[in-house]
Design a protein around this ligand. Structure first.
Ligand code: TTP
Ligand code: MG
Length: 406
């Protein structure tokens, strides 16, 4: 029997949270992202605003020109985070096989749950109803034998939709859709496929596997499977990692202090981001250095209080770095940073002072956008010197969400 995978995604999430709180905003073109005279971009547009062509990523000024009657709201990330937690709690009630993907999106394995709800469709209806009753939000749900088709189904069903793709119907659902609908196909792949005369997912599925492998390597195989509606990936519960680390070897050994510092900061942010993805805090920070003659040293520091902020990881690592370099005159070949002794965040949030809390929220906001648009979508002040070293992601997005300005 085919698996039953559900993809649940909230409709116009940020705006819907605002509308649930303030009924006067309901049924109107609303934009979250900032005031029209601000420099940022639209984070979320209500479906009423989308009718005027407004969409996420559009500069606020452009949005205003296309729809001056829209209500522009700056938004509040902590509020959305709270709504997200309540949303995930409802899903976790429905199935223990839950994989949160972003703030407003998750996969859930519902295989075998028919006996509990009558049908998987009914299970989805119940989930949608609870989200509406308890949060005042609309969710769209796709059900299919795998993640890719479930995600496309929820997307096609929006807003307030529910689309179940029966076993064996995956391929015919995907066939007429444009390539861009298939997860993993970015602008570059799309252009290449177009040049081969391929414009729909159906055409992609009929392309010989060898041709795809020739152009895309191993990714071509995955592309072929997805285009055929086949996706065996399991639902992955956030796992408990033991340690997380990142390191980088320079093209040429270096003594350039600002470069070393910026690289350490970049690596700290990568480690911090993964740490938070695993919902863990770290007690130990370890710095690793390899010098020109290949001598490798590690230095470790135990934090007084477990933390998951980029800043705590970087500050500790940078302290260790300064101490290590004060005894060493060689150029650096490799720099790395890691965290270990990971713990679940305690219920210490209330005790944290406001600025620490703000830092955590900021880190999470950045994670969210990086997850969606690639790590380099956002450059923080600390990693800015690396801007030219690490290229921007495929889509070239640099996004702005409320509370992101430093
Ligand atoms: P999405 O689920 O992509 O979009 P959405 O929920 O606003 O609309 P829908 O799912 O109905 O198409 O993203 C969820 C939230 O993430 C969104 O409400 C705001 C935030 N976000 C940004 O901050 N910037 C962006 O460019 C995008 C796409 C989303
Ligand atoms: Mg959404």
């Amino acid at each position: 029997m085919a698996r039953r995978i559900m993809h649940i995604d909230l409709d116009a999430f940020f705006v819907s949270v605002e509308q649930a709180e303030n009924p006067e905003l309901q049924g109107k073109p609303v934009v979250v992202g900032g005031r029209p005279d601000q420099r940022g971009v639209v984070a979320c547009a209500s479906y009423e605003a989308r009718a005027f062509g407004l969409h996420a990523g559009m500069p606020l000024a452009t949005a205003y020109r296309s729809c001056p009657q829209a209500i522009f709201i700056e938004g509040s990330f902590p509020k959305y985070r709270h709504a997200s937690q309540r949303f995930m709690a409802i899903l976790a009630d429905s199935s223990p096989y839950l994989e949160p993907v972003s703030l407003d999106e998750a996969y859930l394995d519902a295989t075998g749950f028919e006996s509990l709800y009558g049908s998987i469709r009914q299970m989805a209806t119940n989930i949608k109803q609870r989200i509406k009753d308890e949060l005042g939000l609309c969710a769209s749900v796709g059900i299919a034998s795998g993640k890719v088709v479930a995600k496309i189904a929820s997307d096609l069903s929006k807003p307030d939709g529910l689309l179940e793709v029966l076993e064996g119907k995956e391929r015919s659902l995907l066939a007429p859709l444009p390539l861009a609908k298939l997860p993993g196909i970015g602008k570059k792949s799309e252009r290449l496929l177009n040049s081969l005369g391929i414009h729909t997912i159906g055409q992609l599925a009929t392309l010989p596997l060898d041709t795809l492998k020739q152009h895309f390597g191993a990714a071509g195989e995955v592309m072929h499977r997805y285009a055929s509606g086949i996706d065996d990936r399991e639902i992955e519960a956030p796992s408990a990692a033991k340690s997380i680390s990142r390191e980088t070897t320079f093209g040429t050994d270096t003594r350039d202090h600002p470069l070393l510092k910026a690289t350490l900061s970049y690596l700290s942010e990568r480690v911090g981001s993964e740490l938070r993805q695993h919902a863990r805090q770290a007690r130990c920070v370890t710095l690793k250095l390899r010098y020109a003659d290949f001598t490798t040293i590690t230095r470790r520091h135990t934090l007084r209080q477990a933390s998951d902020t980029d800043q705590a990881i970087f500050n500790t690592g940078f302290q260790l770095f300064k101490e290590a370099l004060s005894h060493e005159k060689q150029a650096v070949r490799l720099i790395g940073i890691g965290v270990s002794n990971l713990v679940e965040p305690g219920k210490q949030l209330d005790l944290l002072d406001a600025s620490a809390q703000r830092l955590e929220q900021l880190d999470r906001a950045i994670d969210r956008i990086r997850k969606k648009y690639g790590f380099t979508a956002i450059q923080t002040g600390r990693t800015l010197p690396l801007k030219d070293i690490f290229p921007t992601d495929d889509k070239g997005y640099t996004l702005h969400t409320p509370s992101l300005s430093r």
